[in-house]
Design a protein around this ligand. Structure first.
Ligand code: NAD
Length: 260
């Protein structure tokens, strides 16, 4: 039970990678604050997590596109559990279009959810972590925080921004028992990836099979999607005491993509 008596806030955790991390943390005895866009199944997800792993779990519907709600999420979690020991900045969205056609509202929303939300959540948890001399901040970035792909200008920029923020904050809190790192997955089969297939088909004039094999898995030498469990296990490691000297860095979980 590496995370017993810890509390974690995981943004965007009602689906995909965030939910996988919530389950892996709960399996280690961690109390969980789930977050995501409210859907009819949020309460069932929360209750299922609490029952399966015997941990306390809350759901908070804070909209990660809105700064006041991001800050409110941290305040409410601290009030409910007395502390936020682990913050996982995971909520993220994608939009695929050539830069000359990229809708301004999509650029704005991507920067808000993928970058500003993690920035404000990190700013909000630091004081409590400093006071307790222990904290873990984990940002789910992407191979796209290290390399680019065409038609994803806003997403790639937002993920590079998070990596820069993490390096900077790591230096600021290095003597406070707080680490901040990024996990950079390659392609993981989640609703986020499924949703971008039609746009990529349109942008590149391809079939679905062509998009999967010639675009998504083309750069991934293992030729398979990364699993949610593989990303979650890396997050458990970064949250553990064993990772106390790992800070200001990016761990790639990308099937060799960025080795090329
Ligand atoms: P997903 O679409 O399955 O889940 C996204 C989660 O974010 C959901 O819980 C959703 O409710 C939540 N969310 C979206 N907008 C929100 C908002 N405004 N406020 C609050 N919550 C919001 O996505 P995923 O594939 O699991 O991606 C999770 C993270 O991993 C993202 O940051 C993504 O960029 C990153 N990532 C994903 C992949 C991949 O291949 N799936 C690869 C690299 C990085």
């Amino acid at each position: 039970m590496a995370l017993k008596n810890r509390t974690a806030v995981i943004t965007g955790s009602t689906s995909g990678i965030g939910l996988g991390i919530a389950k892996a943390f709960a399996a280690e005895g961690c109390s969980i604050v789930l977050n995501g866009l409210p859907t009819p199944d949020c309460e069932a997800i929360r209750a299922g997590l609490a029952a399966e792993f015997g941990v306390k779990a809350l759901f908070d519907p804070a909209d990660m596109a809105k700064t006041a709600e991001v800050r409110g999420l941290i305040k409410r979690a601290e009030a409910a559990f007395g502390a936020v020991d682990i913050l996982v900045n995971n909520a993220g969205i994608q939009h695929v279009a050539p830069i000359e056609d990229f809708p301004e509202d999509k650029l704005d929303l991507i920067m808000r959810i993928n970058f500003y939300a993690g920035y404000h959540a990190t700013a909000a948890v630091i004081a409590g972590m400093k006071a307790r001399k222990w904290g873990r901040i984990i940002n789910i970035t992407s191979a796209h925080s290290l390399v680019a792909s065409p038609f994803k200008s806003a997403y790639v920029a937002s993920k590079h921004a998070v990596a820069g923020m993490a390096k900077t904050v790591a230096l600021e809190v290095a003597t406070d028992g707080i680490t901040i790192n990024c996990i950079a997955p390659g392609y993981v089969w989640t609703p986020l990836v499924e949703k971008q297939i039609p746009d990529t088909m349109a942008a590149r004039g391809m079939t679905m099979d062509q998009v999967i094999n010639e675009v998504l898995l083309k750069a991934q030498p293992t030729k398979r999607f990364v699993s949610i469990e593989e990303v979650a296990a890396t997050a458990v490691f970064l949250a553990s005491d064993a990772a106390a000297s790992v800070t200001g860095t990016t761990l790639s979980v990308d099937g060799g993509w960025t080795a090329a």
